[in-house]
Structures are given as C-alpha cells and as structure tokens.
Write a protein that binds this ligand. Structure first.
Ligand SMILES: [Zn+2]
Length: 137
C-alpha cells in the first residue's frame, strides 16, 4: 500500500487480552466469540494471515479489512480485499482501514491494526446509489 499512513498497531491491546485469557480471567468462549457474520466473512473473504492463531496455534488465521471514512459515503464500513484497497487508495483522498484477524478454527478474533489510505485529495462522498433496501423499505 503506497499511501499507508497513521498506522496503529493493536498488538499491545491484543497481548493484554491474551494474557487475561491465559490467566483464566476471561474464558476462552469470551475471547473466541466471533459472531456468525464475522466467521462467515472470514471463511469466504478472509486473506490468509502470515502468522499462527495466538490461541489455538492453528494455521487457518485470516485477516479481514474493513474500510471507514466520510469520503466513502454509503460504502463506509465495507469489507475490502487487498486488491480493492490498492485501487481505492487512488480513488479516495482518505479512509481508514481496520484489519481484523479471525481464526477459522477456534474463532479467536481481534483488531490487529489500523491505518489510513488515500491519495490526500479531498473528494465529496459518492452520490448515494439506490439499493434494493431503498426499494423494499
Ligand atoms: Zn485459533
């Protein structure tokens, strides 16, 4: 990602969660509480993480990347692939990416990092497109 900036590493917070887990303060079911939506997204859209799951040591850890930003308009909050992000960084001035790691074996999930992408040129959000929800609702 050529335009990556304002990188926030959540490793410390993750360590805190993990040590609490291993000290027995929170049960494994609390920490591994990926909701069905997140688990489904991880199964079909996740991109393989280059590290093992910190809880079960499994190798089926994936990363999901969610995008947020005013300039994304109604598309803020969408899940994007690395390839899509690569295209988006030239199409939008600024948006934030949250990387969530999810284990497809035990369900462990946590934000692992966050950063800004974009070419720095401020644009108006795209015009709202009519969606099927508008037709129905
Ligand atoms: Zn796991």
């Amino acid at each position: 990602m050529w335009s990556q900036r304002a990188y926030v590493d959540f490793t410390l917070k993750k360590r805190a969660t993990l040590s609490a887990l291993f000290r027995g303060l929170s049960s494994a079911t609390d920490a591994c509480d990926a909701d069905p939506y997140l688990r489904r997204a991880a199964k079909f859209h996740g991109e393989r993480a280059d590290r093992k799951c910190p809880v079960c040591k499994g190798e089926k850890m994936v990363e999901l990347r969610y995008t947020f930003g005013d300039q994304l308009g109604q598309y803020s909050g969408r899940l994007k692939s690395l390839q899509e992000l690569d295209e988006m960084q030239s199409e939008f001035g600024e948006f934030r990416v949250y990387v969530v790691e999810v284990c497809n074996e035990c369900g462990w999930n946590h934000i692992s990092s966050s950063y800004l992408l974009g070419d720095g040129v401020t644009r108006k959000p795209p015009r709202k497109q009519r969606t099927i929800e508008d037709e129905v609702g």
